[in-house]
Ligand binder design. Structure first.
Ligand code: F6R
Length: 589
């Protein structure tokens, strides 16, 4: 939530343009407003530009300069207005602040600063940071003022400060992501790597409690508490710029949906060492608990079905509902956390609590260098590459494939699992063809003006229908409600009238007959039954055929939901990459 970017010693003296380009790469983190602060060449006063709305094709009118910071906002405190957009300034316009997180004690700090004569221009929690630094820097050097200010903030936060006096950028992290990019003589700061990947792939991921000072002489790393200098840990990432570009696709979402044939294929040869290690722990009778939020929690639920097929009992708790069940998590628990970003606040809180109880933490993550990755005992990197669209697709299927391999390894059938994942990738390649897309566009057109659609699935197709429905809701704002097929007759069937669109997700499995009889119940009430399955049936009015892949049929079944969501969203005027009200990485509770 919220994107932070900064550049120091911009070699072109176009720091504002470089910052704008970086923010465009981070827009998926928040798109309520954006802003840039720059020190113009030869000046000591910060110049600001801020606007409400998406960056899109925006240009900046800021003058030349070699040092700037920028921010794209997902509003928490204070409405979506130009005034509330970041960066925020101190009274003397010498210090500009960008911020990702929530300052829980900002009211208290604000009252103190008002008593000291500071004048506030916004309703945000962030502005107190600029004024508190100003206050402290009256008596101490700027770095110390920033560190002390940061230490007095309560909450999960990442801040970036532009100080015009020393022409430096100071940034601190506690709970919200920050990464430093070290280029040839120019230095960057970002909430995520794609922001500066076109200039450098050499990075240092900041840990909680770390701070950096960037100026034209280079980057220095510090411990925020003690103020002592530390050694940077620079890594070279194997990411290419194309990974963070649309590559000819109209939207990242469509590109990432298509990439799945490759990202899933890659999973078959990733993590085998870690997977075997975890499977041994499972066989040693450790309890398995899976958790995550949103799509990741549906992935966890599908994992529970996979584990059951392998004869292993597991529990699933959505990370945001785990607290009442913490007592059941102990040193015999293998706590499998699933997260694309590795920065989701609710998931981190759950993982920290489980760790305190002595559980072994496994992180199934996609983004690199995340908090979750660092706190985990065992990491399963799913390697889907940067996922830029806010709606999760390729990271979800890569995580699901990883969980599947884990369950096969627990059954001592990892080789068989890997072969099946390879076959799945090949089948997806053959299936994702223009004829399928034409069919999906036709179905999407027929649903564009509907208010509600319903979905049913049974066994593995139940979590698949939860994920399918979420894709439709997120990308098209159409109300899509999923049910376990067996639940219909217990109440929800009242919702079905003549012509109500009902999707039936099915596989050729042990649940097939039962799900078809639920489809018949929907049909008898006049529902329009659209099957998503590898077979035709007289219960379906129409069918979107998926490849027959045994228990892995849920992958293409879910991909139908991703694609339908995309085309429905386009037809209903939504932005496929940036759905309203959402942000990619939910770093607040
Ligand atoms: C759905 C989606 C969200 C995320 C959820 C968890 O398309 O993107 O539901 O799955 O916010 O995010 P991560 O996986 O980053 O922990």
């Amino acid at each position: 939530m919220c994107g932070i970017f900064a550049v120091v010693n911009d070699t072109t003296n176009q720091a504002a343009q470089t910052t704008l380009a970086g923010l465009k790469k981070l827009e998926y983190r928040g798109y309520d407003s954006w802003g840039i602060a720059l020190i113009p060449l030869g000046s000591k006063t910060v110049k600001l530009e801020k606007h409400v709305g998406k960056i899109g094709q925006a240009v900046t009118r800021l003058p030349k300069g070699s040092i700037a910071i920028g921010h794209t906002r997902w509003a928490t405190h204070g409405g979506v207005t130009d005034k509330n957009a970041h960066p925020h300034l101190d009274c003397k316009k010498q210090i500009a602040v960008i911020h990702n997180g929530i300052v829980e004690n900002y009211q208290e700090i604000k009252s103190y600063l008002k008593r000291r004569g500071h004048v506030f221009k916004s309703e945000t929690d962030t502005e107190v940071i600029a004024h508190l630094i100003e206050e402290k820097s009256k008596t101490k050097p700027i770095t110390q003022a920033v560190f002390e200010t940061f230490n007095s903030l309560i909450g999960s936060n990442a801040i970036g400060i532009l100080d015009s006096k020393t022409e430096s950028i100071i940034a601190c992290r506690n709970g919200s992501p920050l990464v430093v990019g070290v280029g040839d003589n120019q230095f960057f700061l970002g909430s995520d790597v794609p922001a500066f990947l076109n200039s450098t792939n050499k990075v240092h991921f900041l840990h909680d409690g770390e701070a950096v000072v960037l100026n034209k002489n280079g980057v220095k790393l510090y411990d925020v508490d003690s103020g002592k200098e530390k050694k940077l840990d620079i890594q070279s990432l194997d990411w290419e710029m194309e990974d963070a570009e649309k590559g000819g696709y109209p939207h990242f979402l469509l590109k990432e949906i298509y990439e799945q044939k490759d990202t899933i294929a890659k999973i078959a040869s990733l993590n085998s060492f870690e997977i075997i290690k975890i499977s041994q722990l499972i066989r040693k009778k450790n309890k398995v608990v899976l958790t995550g939020c949103g799509s990741a929690s549906y992935c966890a639920l599908a994992g529970k079905y996979f584990f059951a097929q392998s004869g292993i009992e597991s529990q699933v708790y959505p990370a945001n509902e785990i607290m009442p069940f913490l007592n059941f998590i102990d040193e015999k628990t293998l706590f499998i956390t699933i997260s694309q970003s590795g920065e989701t606040a609710d998931t981190l809180i759950a993982a920290k609590a489980a760790k305190r109880n002595g559980a072994i933490i496994v992180a199934v993550v996609n983004a690199r260098g995340s908090t979750l990755e660092r706190m985990a005992d065992i990491v399963l990197q799913v390697g889907a590459g940067p996922e830029i669209a806010v709606v999760s697709t390729k990271a979800f299927t890569a995580q699901l494939a990883t969980l599947y391999l884990l369950t096969k390894a627990a059954e001592e059938k990892l080789d068989e699992g890997e072969q099946k994942i390879k076959k799945l990738a090949v089948e997806l390649k053959n299936w994702l063809k223009p004829t399928l897309i034409k069919h999906l566009i036709k179905v999407a057109k027929s649903l564009i003006d509907r208010e509600h659609i319903y979905l049913i699935g049974k066994h593995l197709n139940y979590p698949a229908s939860l994920e399918f429905a979420l894709k439709i809701k997120e990308t098209s704002y159409l109300h899509a409600e999923p049910f376990a097929a067996g639940e219909l007759k217990h109440g929800v069937i009242t919702l079905i009238q003549k012509g109500t669109p009902c999707f039936v997700l099915a596989s050729a499995d042990e649940a097939k007959d039962e799900v078809l009889s639920s489809a018949a119940q929907l049909k008898a009430r006049g529902g329009r039954i659209i099957g998503i399955a590898p077979f035709v049936s007289q219960e379906f009015d129409e069918v979107i055929k998926t490849p027959e892949l045994g228990e892995l049929t849920i992958f293409p079944n879910i991909i139908v939901g991703q694609l339908l969501g995309y085309y429905l969203g386009l037809g209903r005027g939504a932005d496929p990459d940036k759905p309203r009200n959402l942000a990619k990485s939910v770093t607040v509770k």
